[in-house]
Design a protein around this ligand. Structure first.
Ligand SMILES: *[C@@H]1O[C@H](CO)[C@@H](O)[C@H](O)[C@H]1NC(C)=O
Ligand SMILES: *[C@@H]1O[C@H](CO)[C@@H](O)[C@H](O)[C@H]1NC(C)=O
Ligand SMILES: *[C@@H]1O[C@H](CO)[C@@H](O)[C@H](O)[C@H]1NC(C)=O
Length: 774
């Protein structure tokens, strides 16, 4: 692979340049146990033949207290006398290797690693509902990550993915998440983490991290910010919404790390709560890995939340709660003093180090020379490969959601529409397509470039930027649409509207965007298509209801190849198959509930509408799961039980007995059922009755007994993406794990399986299954 690097002109600069490029080309020296270092390569902790636990014990046993505390921060200090280099724990890979964390660097001046494949933002990738795609992206990202690690430009510990539930449509970081549904978010977490880590026994390719634990989904809304926010969360919502993706990430994804958040939950900072960390993550879920704090979280709960009166108490409470690693220097600065003051034991610090050092060993960091190891040969030629770039394009196509297609106006035909007006503040953008937590992309294709590869494009911005405060450029945009055979408006948001530290207060298109769309659509000679870029949902009911708007496409933040993918959908070389991973609410929804109210369930007596499709029953612009195709798909149930027996675990202590469980309770505690492998299998035929091949998402929702009362109206319990050729059909099998997904959570936070009729919704078919205790 060759890169064009502009050469500096002055000789001294050139020398510096060559030196830097030379440096970046060098491979990383071993982190520990360097075979060339005779005095430090023979410690027992360097011996691969010994069990990891023994090596970790040996290593920690050799450290002084001062050395130990310097390992508690993301910038872990070197221990030269033991041959240990410094290590930067903080790298990010949300949707491609990113340089948002200091552990990863691109360049310099191009260098060996000028960029990495920049996949669509997570909310878009989630919209594909394609679990194998998520895993495949993870594997590609970790190939590139390993390559950059080998080249000395990245770490091996990536603080991704973000699996918080997208609870409120205003959240600026909703774009980073897989959406509002716990089952979808769980499946995304598991598959992306599996792809990244490629767990091989105890060994990992890279270490992922599910963040931000927990109930963190507010950044800065009307003066309430994440550093000061105390999320009041019921046991019920915690168990059946906020914690679900984290639980699955640990249990099924075998993730290497969980990160606690900035906010408090019910008055306790998450990073200082032993119930959340030690009892739940380690105890109940059995995390085999380390718990990290979001950057400066410990400092924040001391400084901003005044949770403890001294910094030493803050450090002690975090470590005692189960925190192993601080992003920041707070623990490094105050832990030794906490021990001297007797509020923390050195053994507590050892416990934290066991978790972090074990992870480094599982990543091979104590195995000497990395280049001779598995993944050791990955290098610059493995980054931004044609196959990786193709996957970024494929992911962008799969994540695009067709929201409206009036009278089959789409796709456009390059023959009938050979001149297209391309309008809008997002019509020729590159960097905004990758959203936040991105790196430097390999290359970009803007929407204008993508459309321009099919037809002759007339480009007019219409608005200077997404804020669109002036109508000065409207005239020329309207004029272009009068002349062209079709008009594509690429509108929406970017990071100036929604981002980390910035939540929205409204759901409408910013500024005068709506006015531009309506005016252009009215004037346009041919069909007008609205393409939206955004992470969060937008109230575009004006366009949905406008007969001059022929089609609406949500492109999310589609990544480096976004423009090509948009054009492929517009011109029908890709048949769209994405579905919305979150509800699109009307604007007045947000006036009915402050962002600070965490409750998921509606409360009609307080006019509280509830949140997400599971609990909100009011009008929507587009519902969760909405997504059209250029084809039509029919479903037929081939096999599904109508009665399903839930075996109970039988007699158990406290004097209760089997009869008592089955007769006395309409809803059996999950802990009283024999859950292992208990699932309901469904077989469904999906027929493509249209004239184009296409992919379709089989979504299975369940409405449990008692729905709307303490249980969700409905809950996604299984989904599967299937490709079906025009005029043919495919048989799809899905399994619904009964204890996990057919259960509901009661007010005390206890998960129960309701006996009786569960109504499954499969496309437009309804099918009842009667659950009976056996
Ligand atoms: C920790 O100490 C270093 C060195 O004195 C200082 O630069 C840093 O700001 C301190 N960090 C915290 C969180 O107190
Ligand atoms: C089991 O529980 C039922 C209902 O509480 C009770 O009637 C029955 O006597 C119990 N049987 C035994 C063997 O304890
Ligand atoms: C899911 O994604 C993979 C990877 O791009 C692709 O090969 C497969 O066809 C997709 N599945 C469907 C049903 O579209």
């Amino acid at each position: 692979m060759s890169h064009c690097i502009p050469l500096p002109s002055s000789p001294s600069l050139l020398l510096l340049f060559l030196l830097l490029v030379g440096l970046s080309a060098a491979t990383r020296p071993p982190f520990a146990c360097d075979p060339r270092e005779k005095t430090t390569n023979d410690f027992p902790f360097c011996r691969e033949t010994l069990p990891v636990a023994e090596r970790v014990r040996d290593f920690i046993g050799r450290l002084t207290l001062q050395e130990k505390v310097k390992l508690l921060g993301n910038r872990a200090a070197a221990v030269p006398r033991l041959g240990i280099k410094g290590y930067e724990w903080w790298s990010e890979a949300l949707h491609g290797v990113s340089d948002v964390g200091p552990g990863t660097k691109f360049g310099p001046f191009g260098g060996m690693f000028p960029g990495a494949t920049s996949f669509p933002q997570v909310i878009s990738t989630a919209a594909s509902f394609n679990a194998s795609l998520w895993e495949q992206i993870g594997r590609v990202v970790s190939d590139e990550a390993r390559a950059m690690y080998n080249g000395g430009m990245a770490g091996l510990t990536f603080w991704s993915p973000n699996v918080n539930i997208f609870r409120d449509p205003r959240w600026g970081r909703g774009q980073e998440t897989p959406g509002e549904d716990p089952v979808l978010a769980s499946e995304y977490a598991v598959r992306y983490v599996r792809g990244l880590q490629e767990n091989d026994g105890d060994r990992l390719k890279v270490a992922a991290c599910c963040k931000h634990y927990t109930a963190y989904d507010l950044d800065d809304w009307k003066g309430v910010d994440r550093f000061h926010f105390n999320a009041q969360v019921s046991k019920q919502d915690m168990e059946d919404t906020f914690n679900v993706p984290f639980r699955e990430c640990v249990l099924e994804g075998k993730v290497a790390s969980v990160m606690c958040s900035f906010n408090q939950v019910n008055g306790i900072p998450t990073c200082a709560d032993p119930k959340l960390l030690r009892d739940t993550i380690r105890g109940d879920w059995g995390l085999n890995g380390y718990i990290a704090a979001d950057c400066d979280s410990v400092e924040v709960f001391y400084d901003n939340q005044h949770y403890t009166s001294t910094p030493e108490e803050a450090a002690a409470s975090a470590i005692k709660a189960g925190l192993d690693m601080d992003c920041g220097s707070f623990l490094q600065n105050y832990t030794e003093k906490a021990i001297k003051r007797g509020i923390l034991r050195e053994g507590d610090v050892d416990g934290a180090l066991v978790n972090t050092v074990t992870m480094q060993m599982r990543l091979g960091m104590f195995d000497g020379e990395p280049s001779t190891r598995r993944y050791g040969k990955l290098g610059p030629e493995d980054v931004c490969t044609p196959a990786h770039k193709e996957l970024a394009l494929e992911a962008a196509r799969q994540g695009i959601v067709l929201l409206k297609n009036r009278k089959g106006s789409l796709p456009l035909s390059p023959h009938h529409h050979d001149t297209v007006a391309v309008i809008g503040p997002n019509s020729d953008v590159t960097v905004p397509m990758v959203g936040n937590y991105a790196g430097s992309a390999c290359e970009y294709t803007s929407p204008l470039q993508g459309i321009g590869s099919y037809v002759r494009a007339i480009h007019r911005k219409g608005c200077k930027d997404v804020a669109c405060t002036s109508d000065k450029l409207f005239g020329e945009a309207i004029e272009a649409s009068r002349q062209a055979d079709a008009t594509v408006l690429v509108m929406g948001l970017d990071q100036s509207i929604e981002r980390e530290w910035k939540d929205r207060t409204r759901l409408l298109l910013p500024g005068r965007q709506q006015e531009l769309v309506s005016k252009v659509a009215m004037a346009s000679k041919g069909p007008t298509v609205l393409v939206l870029m955004s992470g969060g949902p937008i109230d575009v009911s004006f366009a949905e209801n406008d007969r001059h708007v022929a089609g609406i496409i949500w492109a999310g933040y589609p990544g480096q190849a976004g423009g090509s993918a948009i054009a492929d959908v517009l011109f029908g070389t890709h048949n769209p198959g994405g579905n919305l991973p979150m509800t699109w609410y009307p604007e007045d929804y947000v006036s009915k509930l402050p962002m600070t109210k965490m409750a998921m369930r509606s409360n009609p007596s307080k006019s509280y509408p509830g949140r997400t499709y599971r609990f909100y029953n009011g009008p929507t612009v587009y519902p969760f799961g909405h997504g059209m195709s250029y084809s039509k798909f029919d479903h037929t149930i081939v096999a599904a039980p109508t009665i399903f027996a839930v075996p109970l675990a039988g007699f158990h202590h406290h004097g209760s007995n089997k009869t008592a469980i089955s007769v006395g309770n309409k809803a059996v505690r999950v802990t009283h059922a024999k859950c292992n492998g208990l699932s309901i299998g469904l077989r469904v035929d999906v027929r493509n009755t249209g004239s184009r091949d296409g992919s379709h998402t089989l979504l299975v929702f369940s409405t449990p007994p008692g729905a709307g009362h303490w249980a969700p109206h409905k809950q996604l319990v299984a989904f599967k993406k299937v490709h079906v050729r025009a005029g043919s059909q495919e048989r799809v099998e899905v399994n619904i794990p009964v204890c996990k997904y057919l259960s509901v959570v009661d007010k005390s936070g206890i998960r129960r399986i309701s006996m009786g009729e569960h109504v499954l919704q499969i496309g437009n078919i309804r099918h009842s299954i009667s659950l009976q205790a056996a």
